[in-house]
Design a protein around this ligand. Sequence first.
Ligand code: B3K
Ligand code: ZN
Length: 869
Amino acid sequence: MADARQQQPPVIRLADYTPPAFLVDHVDLRFELGEDSTLVHSRLTGRANPERVQSEDLVLDGRELTLEELVLDGHPLSKAAYTLGEESLTIPDPGETFTLEITTRIRPQENTALEGLYKSSGNFCTQCEPEGFRRITYFPDRSDVMATYTTTIVADAERYPVLLSNGNRVAGGTLTDGRHWVRWEDPFPKPSYLFALVAGDLACVADSFTTMSGREVALRIYVEHGNADKVDHAMQALKEAMAWDERAYGRECDLDIYQIVAVADFNMGAMENKGLNIFNTSAVLAKTETATDADFQRIEAIIGHEYFHNWSGNRVTLRDWFQLSLKEGFTVFREQHFSGERYSEAVQRIEDVRRLRSAQFPEDDGPTAHPVRPDSYIEISNFYTPTVYEKGAEVIRMMWHLLGPEGFRRGSDLYFERHDGQAVTTEDFVRAMEAATDADLAQFRLWYTQAGTPRLHCSGEWDGEAGSYTLRVRQEVPATPGQPDKAPMHLPFAVGLLDAEGNDLPLQMAGEETEGGGETTRVLEVRDDEQAFTFTGLDAEPVPSLLRGFSAPVRVQFDYTDGDLAFLLAHDSDLFNRWEAGQELAQRALFGCVAAHREGRAMELDAGLEAAFGTLLRAPAEDRALVAEALTLPEEGYLADLAEPPVDPSAIHAARAFTRRRLAEVLAAEFETGYHANLAEGAYRVTAEAIARRRLKNACLAYRVASGDDTSRSMALEQFQAADNMTDQLGGLRPLVAEGHPEAEQALADFYEQWQSDPEVVDKWFAIQATSPEWGSLERVRELMSHPAFNFRNPNKVRALLGAFARGNPARFHDPSGEAYAFFADQVLAMDPINPQMAAAMARAFSRFGRYAEPHYSGMRDQLERIRA
Ligand code: B3K
Ligand code: ZN
């Protein structure tokens, strides 16, 4: 017992925050990159923090480093003059100012965790957020220690012709031993987590951007040779993002040169290192033949996201890791806004909410629920969660709703002005918003500290005599681990009212003197446990449209009839709510089938859903983006989250598969027409209009194939073979594989043959198989793991095969035998010593076990216990 307790890693608490005892003003680094090991010389110019209360020892963080030499103010330190701990280096109080020179040796070649300095496809690269810098050298590795950096890189000239770090290249030269060197200087003080280094043999694509004040910024994207024809889209996106941040936030790029490097082995999408972003190849490389519409959009979003961090994260950074959402929530919000403006606000919102609901809502409801600003952690790497990112973005969006776009912009201007060059907190952000407007966000701050998704129980009351409609809202914030009692939240609740023809009614609230200006959407401010809002001047009972645009991350409950939902789906002026009504209708129909299946009754297609889909398919062409979204039935995983426990995944699978197939059969003619009506017009383009057209066409095709008839299968095969772009090629292939049609086998072989030299496309090939309930059996996944293209050390491959299987193939993953659980746990255990971050991410596939029925409950629980042990 005592031993077990000793091994428990310490809990880090926000309440224990103290400013650093020492500051570092400048870091001078010299890397000698070698084939066996790398030598890192670091020269820190530091001083005691004037805010410190008493003299203290200097404690530096370090992990898996070999210390070679330590020199303080020009004097080598003997072993007795410092203490080397497992993860720290302590030097007795070095005085008011000091110069500390540290030489460490590291082994990037053996670094499979992909944190710190490591090798990917023969190139050196780094990932320092959150705590990777301590794997490079001893340093006060915390975000409130900000320094300027000079970085000299020495390496073999032939193997590593390109040597990059943050900032501007200031010098370089060759050595007599075949090595060369380059020196970079970053003029902006930054925390160590934003440090980056890249060395390799890379192709460079160059461009430039002229900022609003007329400064020229050089833009460079580095990729492996042979990929230079796949960066146009990323480069264009970068320029769009730069212009957007000037327009939307008044933020100009502060750099002379902005560089992006694409690497094949990367734990996530990308990293915003100051002036030298490092990207997963999957978030950069694209051309029409190899990337889908979704890929093009994802690339733009990530390019935008990392660029926006240059202000929200880099110029203004975090005081400590509890504040992670300060940069991530805000930057996700900025990214969503950017993408919405580029394409379609409504479709963007639908996709963002889908993601929030499928990833964050379950987290908020489960054992790992935590606030947007957590107050304790054991391992910060595990806190890059949907709550910090996606719910964090919702919190920012709610402020935007509450303050209005102009008020919010005044607030963000003030925030950037006040805190430029500082390491700050979410509290500083909210204060700036208050100071720039007359808003009182005291209660609103609870969004940062209270976990759990609030429920809004709503009801409407019609008073015919008075011509008024009263909307009652009861708010309930569920208990979460460690937070049994919750206070009510302050949130923007956007609503509208529809008349019998489906038109928006002008909204007039009781007690208002004037006619309200004819506004048809009002943002009500919900603050109490129970509140009532009365609308007046109405002739007949309206149908309410609630939480328009999903103005707050809550669950709304209102007793709509199926007829109301069909009506909203057909008429609501708020496109998000049209989609929402359709989803609600589909959920009801699906849960009806789930119940029938469980009770051993025959499943039946819901007549209301059939009619609604029919109406959708006959909707005018300008609605096609919405129609394409609305035809997508809620995913099985999401349905499992909505279902009352104990959840039966096979019943959910059966219900969804049945409903899809029946819709495909009864509306075969409509899907056929929809397919032909949306065939491409002209060359492939990535525009909102063209994307919607392809999406609708491919949705129709997938339904056609789901009906199982022969003509539809040849339609799919033909599209697959004739396609000149990846969206359509996959649009043909996916349904054949998903339904397990015999044509799939040859088509998959042809696809691999065609694309085997393109790793990003091979990822799609893995994923398409792993997510097919018909094709992607456990045996198949096992087989694919020994396919030569699979690589257990490459996160993209692991996500494409194993991640896709666990998340995207519930029918097979939740096989009642429990074999898939055991298999997957084996993979988690095998991954842990290689890449703990990946292993932790994979293990989350089991996190919802508590909601499942037997044998799933015990099956997953046992594997989790095995992993924990
Ligand atoms: N800030 C990085 C995430 C780093 C995660 C480290 N485990 C990417 C981003 O959010 O932009
Ligand atoms: Zn980010």
